[in-house]
Write a protein that binds this ligand. Structure first.
Ligand code: ADP
Ligand code: MG
Length: 461
């Protein structure tokens, strides 16, 4: 009984520290909008880098031809090709293949990583062309859009130097290098005749992929392994931009909002320790509170504390419970959505993953509560970020009747139902009934890969 009381206290403290009342979220949203402005004002003006993507025209639906895409973001990468019908016929055919990146390549050398990617791409192209009966390229060079979801500083749409790695990547010799040049070199070593027409990230790709079908899409947001957002800004609202203004008058901004920080963020001791022991301490704080790479790890840290402080799990072998990143976000999602009366899925996950056995129903309920607290905080902070973009665009008020669509993608948003539902309802709460009428959140399935191919198309036509 004493253990249960101790344990309840740990959960109560967590709940209190993770609280995200609407007033706090409104402050977070306006801090986000302010940081956006500061980042556009001057280079280095904010932790939120607000990088120019050099994408000044988004796909319209009229693009035509065969285009390739490559999507490198987290643990997998995808190669794909799309046949665009033109004149609003949209995608008439598409093929894709997903490849797991061997973990040792995530912290090896740049040429090993790009060599691996180019060889997989070459295989895909060779297999595809064997199957195709007609060559739809008609002698033209193959055009590729490259989605590379790490912060990159660009000077043109088809080049960019890596600012830093995030998530599980850390390949020192790639930092400061032009990732398009590296890919292009690796492809020619493979004898692959392909031209990189655009370098974008998954947020820009999601924006482009959704805009291709709906011109009211104003932003693309990712909640996957990491988090990021891109949106369409008016070129004359970007003081730091010294180049010539584009004809369209628009510029897609790659926010790199994962690095957002505000003193309002409800950061707990668990988050602080996670950050301190991470590959990038002090950085990507918003990402560490809201994205798939970290939510499971936060819960693991709480469960470990629970075990050490209260002994609620009994006399267990806690080696698994102590292993960093051993409990993953899909696991906490499975436990959180457990609807069996006895919480059998929770019992099974605790047993299989953490070697915690013989839990009482009360204890399992407590575990679900912890998942709920961590996921709900993430989803509500995510909604505040989206509200911040709408605020920056002046589309958050009831006076605004212009329709705004936010396209969201990423494995966390796609698969973690309670996260998604909470994000959507919180956005409604922050905007209010009236303003909510003109704002829609849309799951932009798979935009990040197709988006690159679409931007390659719109750039090369
Ligand atoms: P990436 O961000 O690496 O490009 P995804 O967008 O596919 O890839 O997101 C993968 C992330 O989504 C995983 O790291 C995981 O955190 C999260 N995820 C995947 N499946 C689930 C799930 N069933 N429940 C909750 N989160 C999930
Ligand atoms: Mg992705």
């Amino acid at each position: 009984a004493a253990a249960a009381v101790e344990a309840e206290q740990v959960v109560a403290d967590l709940r209190e520290r993770c609280a995200t009342p609407a007033s706090l979220l409104r402050d977070v949203a306006s801090a986000m909008a302010d940081e956006m402005g500061a980042g556009l004002e001057e280079e280095g003006g904010s932790r939120v880098k607000m990088l120019l993507s050099y994408v000044d025209k988004l796909p319209t639906g009229r693009e035509e031809g065969l285009f390739y895409g490559l999507d490198l973001g987290g643990t997998n990468f995808r190669v794909l090709k799309v046949q665009l019908g033109g004149n609003k016929k949209h995608v008439v055919n598409s093929e894709s293949r997903e490849v797991t990146i061997p973990p040792h390549l995530m912290s090896g050398t740049s040429s090993e990583l790009f060599g691996f990617i180019a060889s997989e791409l070459a295989k895909f192209v060779a297999d595809e062309e064997e199957n195709a009966n007609a060559n739809s390229l008609n002698g033209k060079k193959r055009e590729l859009g490259f989605t590379f979801s790490f912060p990159v500083r660009q000077r043109s749409v088809a080049s960019g130097t890596l600012v830093k790695w995030t998530k599980a990547f850390s390949i020192d010799d790639a930092v400061g290098e032009d990732v398009v040049a590296e890919l292009q070199t690796a492809m020619s070593k493979q004898g692959l005749d392909m031209h990189v027409a655009a370098l974008i990230n998954d947020a820009v790709g999601t924006l482009a992929g959704a805009r291709y079908y709906d011109e009211d899409v104003v932003a693309g947001v990712i909640f996957g392994t990491g988090t990021n957002a891109a949106y369409v800004e008016r070129a004359n609202a970007i003081p730091k931009w010294e180049g010539e203004l584009p004809n369209s008058g628009d510029m897609v901004i790659n926010m790199e909002w994962g690095n957002f920080y505000s003193s309002q963020l409800p950061v707990t001791e668990y988050d602080q320790e996670l950050d301190k022991e991470s590959l990038n301490p002090g950085e990507q704080i918003y990402e560490k509170l809201t994205s798939g790479m970290y939510l499971g790890e936060i819960v693991r840290r709480v469960l470990l504390k629970l075990s050490l402080q209260s002994g609620i799990f009994g006399d267990i072998d806690d080696s698994k419970l102590k292993a960093h990143f051993h409990l993953r976000t899909p696991h906490i999602s499975a436990m959180h959505h457990d609807e069996t009366p006895d919480l059998n899925i929770v019992a099974e996950k605790l047993h299989q993953i953490l070697q915690i056995t013989n839990t009482s129903l009360e204890t399992r309920k407590m575990v679900v509560k912890i998942c709920d607290i961590v996921a709900r905080r993430a989803a509500r902070l995510a909604a505040a970020g989206v509200a911040g973009i709408l605020m920056k665009l002046g589309r958050n008020g009831c006076a605004n009747t212009q329709r705004s669509v936010i396209a969201i993608d990423g494995g966390l948003f796609e698969h973690y139902t309670k996260f998604r539902e909470c994000l959507e309802s919180t956005l409604g709460e922050l905007l209010g009934d009236e303003a909510s009428k003109s704002v829609a959140v849309k799951h932009a399935n798979d935009g990040s890969g197709i988006g690159a191919a679409l931007i390659a198309a719109s750039q090369s036509q």
